[in-house]
Every structure is written in structure tokens, then in C-alpha cells.
Design a protein around this ligand. Sequence first.
Ligand code: NAD
Length: 259
Amino acid sequence: MDLGLKGKKAIVCAASKGLGRGCAESLSRAGVDLVIVARTPGPLEQAAREIGEASGVAVTPVAADITTPEGRALALEACPEPDILINNAGGPPPGDFRDWTRDDWIKAVDANMLTPIELIKATVDGMIARRFGRIVNITSSAVKAPIDILGLSNGARAGLTGFVAGIARKTVRHNVTINALLPGPFETDRLRATVKSVSEASGRPFDEVWNARAESNPAGRFGRPEEFGEACAFLCGQHAGYITGQNLLIDGGAFPGTL
Ligand code: NAD
């Protein structure tokens, strides 16, 4: 399908690997020029080279922490008028809410709620003026079905979801949509790190824990970042202008509800 995105410009946050990279790759295949952001220059520059060589689009790496005002300024300086914004950042750590301080909460809210809101604020009026804009927030299946040890994530991402639900109805008449993708378990370094800690805590081999978790998903496997990226690219496409304010779960059917 031609997504009608050739020559558009996107900022993809947290994109040197994992889900952000999956989104960057799919957008590059649709002909979108990219600014990709991640903290560590080496892997980020390599990702930019690989994506650019495979697709032929311009890929500009910006090594920055997107959760800081300075990091966001650098990303916006590299792409002041994005047509597409993919909001993403590392997720907060697991734990027990009794141990979390006010600072832990501020950090989580900053990274997973206020950072996307700041970037939306900085870009949405330009999109409205140009009569095209697509904003996709990568959140988590935890927004729909909270995960007990991920209280910081459940809370901060739910705050973002509530805010977006309001403004996504204000922008759509200008052909600017705002949606969220809610990943269930995807094969990324983050999932590998989670499985590693379960394996170490339980004394069970990594492969055993990994395979059991994959098998327990209705799909019998984890999701792949490429699959996530293709869904993201569709939401960014010209044909998706009537889809806004939605929270699309991509979890292999793990959420057991009817709706
Ligand atoms: P990942 O660890 O594979 O990749 C994270 C990417 O983000 C890397 O490129 C890293 O450099 C970059 N990054 C992290 N923090 C950053 C920051 N502050 N500034 C700039 N770049 C930053 O992680 P992933 O699995 O792709 O997860 C992406 C998001 O999706 C996270 O918020 C995670 O909590 C959420 N999520 C993932 C899963 C899953 O199964 N993979 C499930 C639910 C939610």
C-alpha cells in the first residue's frame, strides 16, 4: 500500500533499537526523511547509517536524552517542522510503590507523560497550519491492563492517555491525528532484560523463561519490532486521517477482554 508519505519529515524518539527503530525503519520504507533520537551516539549513528542505506531516505541522528529540555531542543532544531512525531522513551523501572519517592514519580511522569506532551505542544500548531500531522505515542499494554510491579508506568502513561484523549478531538479537523500504540511483549532488549532478571531471581535458565513466556501468549510467540513499525506507519499514512484518539493494543491477543 502506498501510504502517501514520500518526502514527509518525522522525528522518531528513542529509535536506535527496539520499537522506536521498528517505527523508523517502516517510515523510511514509506519514503519519510527521519530525525532519530537516542542517548548513545555510537549505536545511534550505526542505526542511522543502516536505515539510510536500506531505504535511501535522509536519516539524521541526534544523540540526546529526549526526557530533558535540552534533548528536545536538539531534536526540534534538527527537524523544526515535522509532519510526523513518534513519541517514545525508556520505561520506568519496576518495583513496589511503597519504595518510590516523590523524585521517582517526577522522573517517570517527566519521561512518559510530560516529554510527549512538550513535544506535541512544540509541533502540533505547525502541523495544523500545514494541514497534515500524525502523532503516535508509544505507551504500553499496561495502560489497558495494569501490571502490578510497573506502577510508575501504569500511572504516568495513563496520565498521557487522558490528556491526549482530549486534544486528539481538537486537531483532527485539521488532518492532524494523535493516537497511541500499546505494545504487549515484543522481542527487544528491554524484554530480554526483564526475562534475564526473572531467570536470575528464579534460578531457571534464560531460554526456559523466555520460551515459556512466548508460549503463554495466545500467538505462541512475542511480537517483532517490524510488525509494530508497520502498524505505526499505517497510522501515519494519508489513509489514516479519520483515526484519532485511539489506543491500539498490539499484544498477540494477550488482553482477554471482548473490547
Ligand atoms: P529498548 O530498550 O529495546 O529500546 C529503547 C530505545 O530507546 C533505545 O534506542 C534507547 O537508546 C532509547 N532511549 C531510552 N531512553 C531514552 C531517552 N531518555 N532519550 C532518548 N532515547 C532513549 O526498548 P523497547 O522495548 O523498544 O521499549 C520502548 C518503549 O516501549 C519503552 O517505554 C517500554 O517501556 C515500552 N514497552 C515495551 C514493551 C516490550 O515488550 N518491548 C512492552 C510494553 C511497553
